[in-house]
Design a protein around this ligand. Structure first.
Ligand SMILES: [Zn+2]
Length: 454
C-alpha cells in the first residue's frame, strides 16, 4: 500500500502493528449481550504498557469495563478524544465462511466479528497513539484514547457511564468516533466522503389497536383489531411528514446529482418529495443517501396480535414502528405527527413510546472540520469531505449531550473498499476489513492529531 506523503516503511510498520492488534482483539469474544468487555480493556491496557504507556480501566460492573488513556502533548492546547467501542454484535458461526472469532488474515483482509464495527478503530487508534508517543509527543494539548463498553446494546451504556461518572477523564474539545468515512466515486473520479456531524434522534413507538373479541365465523364491519392494525400500517406508510431542508447539505446534493433541474427541485421544500421519487428512479443509491435527511421517518417493523386461535377475534393488535426524527425534534412533536397520520384510522388505538433519544449535532464551521478535510485532501488526492447527519445512533450523542462545548464527528475513512462494498458488512456474516483500509485509518488518525493539535 502507498499513501501520498508517508514513507513506505512507516506504512509497513503501521500495517503490521494494527493488523496484529486487531486479530488479537477479534479473538476476545465481546458479543453483546452479555459483552464481557473487560477482557478487551485488559488487553488494551497490556498492549499500551508494552509500549510504555499507562491508562485506566474504569466502569462497572466488573466484567464490563472501559479503558481510557491520556497522552499529553509537548505544549498546551485542546483535547481530542479518539473513541471506539469494545463490544460487538453476536455472530452465528455456522453461517460464516471463516470462523467469526479466529482473527484470520486472508487475501488482504482481516476477518471476524468486529473487523469493521469497530475493533478496527481500537487497533488503528492504539497504533496511532503509540506512534505519537514514540515521536516525542510533538503536538499541542492532549489525545485521549477511549475504548468504551456496551455501545451495541446500551443496557449499561459505557459512554453514557463515562460522561456521567468520569467527566474528569473523558470531557474533551473534539471527539472522533466510528461511522462516516465511507466514500462514493463520482463520474469525474472525484471521491466523496461522508463526515457525520450529527445524528437523527430515535422515537420508537407502539400503536396498540383495540378490537372487539368474538367468534370469527361472523364477519365484523368494524372492530377487528387485525384489520385496524393494517389500517394503521398503511396510514403510517403513506403519510408524508413535513419536508425540512435544514439537514440537507447543498454541497452534497450538488455533488451527487448532476441534472440541474432535479437538483433545484431537491433543494426546494415544495418540490423535494417529487424530486426524491424522481432521483429514486434514476439513482437508487443517491436517493437512499439523501431521503432520510429530509425529515421524520416511520418504518413499521413488528406486528403482533393478542389472538391465539384462528376462529377468535383478538382484543388487541400491536404495531411497533421504528421512527427517526430530525435534530431538534422532541417526542411531543412526533406524537403530533402520529396523530395527524392516523387521523383517518377508524379503529380505537393508543400510543406508547418505547425508546426515545433526541438527536443532536455539532457545528460544521470549525477548525476540526478544516483539519479533517485538509488531511484527507493531502492523503487521498481528489477527496472531498461532506458534512451530513447520520440516520443511526452512536455514542457521540452522549458526548454532545454531556459536554455542550464538544465538537463530535464520526469519521473512519476507507480508501480501498467504497461504500457499496462495506455497507453490507456491518452486523452481518463474513464481516471483514481490507488490511489497507485498517492501515489507512491509523495513518489518518495520526495525521489528524498533528494537523489539528499543531
Ligand atoms: Zn459500532
Amino acid at each position: 500500500m502507498e499513501v501520498a506523503g508517508i514513507a513506505a516503511e512507516v506504512v509497513a510498520r503501521v500495517e503490521r502493528e494494527a493488523t496484529d492488534l486487531l486479530t488479537q482483539l477479534i479473538r476476545l469474544d465481546t458479543s453483546n449481550p452479555p459483552g464481557n468487555e473487560t477482557i478487551v480493556a485488559e488487553a488494551l491496557d497490556t498492549w499500551f504498557r508494552q509500549h510504555g504507556l499507562e491508562g485506566e480501566i474504569v466502569g462497572e460492573p466488573a466484567e464490563r469495563r472501559s479503558f481510557v488513556l491520556r497522552l499529553t502533548g509537548s505544549r498546551p492546547g485542546p483535547r481530542l478524544a479518539l473513541m471506539a467501542h469494545e463490544d460487538v454484535v453476536p455472530a452465528e458461526a455456522q453461517n460464516w465462511t471463516e470462523p467469526p472469532f479466529d482473527g484470520l488474515v486472508k487475501d488482504g483482509y482481516v476477518w471476524g466479528r468486529g473487523a469493521i464495527d469497530v475493533k478496527n478503530l481500537l487497533a488503528a487508534f492504539a497504533v496511532a497513539v503509540a506512534r505519537l508517543a514514540d515521536d516525542g509527543r510533538d503536538f499541542a494539548g492532549e489525545v485521549l484514547f477511549v475504548a468504551e463498553a456496551d455501545e451495541e446494546d446500551g443496557a449499561i451504556g459505557g459512554a453514557r457511564w463515562l460522561c456521567a461518572n468520569r467527566p474528569d477523564l473523558v470531557s474533551c474539545d473534539y471527539l472522533l468516533n466510528e461511522g462516516g468515512g465511507e466514500f462514493l466515486t463520482l463520474d469525474g473520479g472525484q471521491r466523496l466522503y461522508e463526515l457525520h456531524v450529527g445524528e437523527k434522534g430515535t422515537a420508537q413507538f407502539r400503536v396498540v389497536v383495540h378490537g372487539e373479541a368474538g367468534h370469527a365465523s361472523v364477519p365484523l364491519a368494524h372492530g377487528n383489531a387485525v384489520v385496524g392494525a393494517a389500517d394503521v400500517i398503511r396510514a403510517l406508510h403513506d403519510y408524508e411528514p413535513e419536508i425540512s431542508l435544514d439537514a440537507v447539505p447543498r454541497e452534497y446534493v450538488r455533488l451527487l446529482v448532476d441534472d440541474a433541474g432535479l437538483r433545484a427541485r431537491l433543494l426546494d421544500a415544495t418540490a423535494a418529495r417529487d424530486g426524491l421519487a424522481e432521483l429514486g428512479e434514476r439513482d437508487r443509491l443517491a436517493a437512499e443517501l439523501l431521503a432520510p435527511l429530509y425529515g421524520l421517518t416511520f418504518s413499521p417493523t413488528i406486528v403482533h396480535s393478542s389472538g391465539e386461535a384462528v376462529n377468535v377475534y383478538p382484543q388487541q393488535a400491536v404495531v411497533t414502528v421504528d421512527c427517526r426524527m430530525p435534530v431538534g425534534w422532541t417526542e411531543d412533536r412526533v406524537r403530533d405527527e402520529i396523530e395527524r397520520a392516523l387521523a383517518s384510522v377508524d379503529a380505537r388505538w393508543e400510543l406508547e413510546f418505547v425508546g426515545t433519544v433526541e438527536g443532536n449535532a455539532s457545528p460544521v464551521d470549525t477548525p476540526y472540520l478544516a483539519a479533517i478535510s485538509g488531511v484527507m485532501q493531502r492523503l487521498v488526492p481528489g477527496a472531498s469531505v461532506v458534512p451530513v447527519h447520520s440516520v443511526g445512533f452512536t455514542d457521540s450523542n452522549w458526548f454532545r449531550a454531556a459536554f455542550p462545548g464538544v465538537v463530535a464527528y464520526n469519521f473512519a475513512p476507507f480508501v480501498v473498499d467504497d461504500s457499496a462494498a462495506v455497507a453490507g458488512l456491518f452486523h452481518n456474516v463474513d464481516e471483514r476489513i481490507a488490511v489497507a483500509d485498517l492501515t489507512f485509518q491509523s495513518l489518518f488518525a495520526y495525521e489528524l492529531v498533528r494537523e489539528l493539535l499543531a
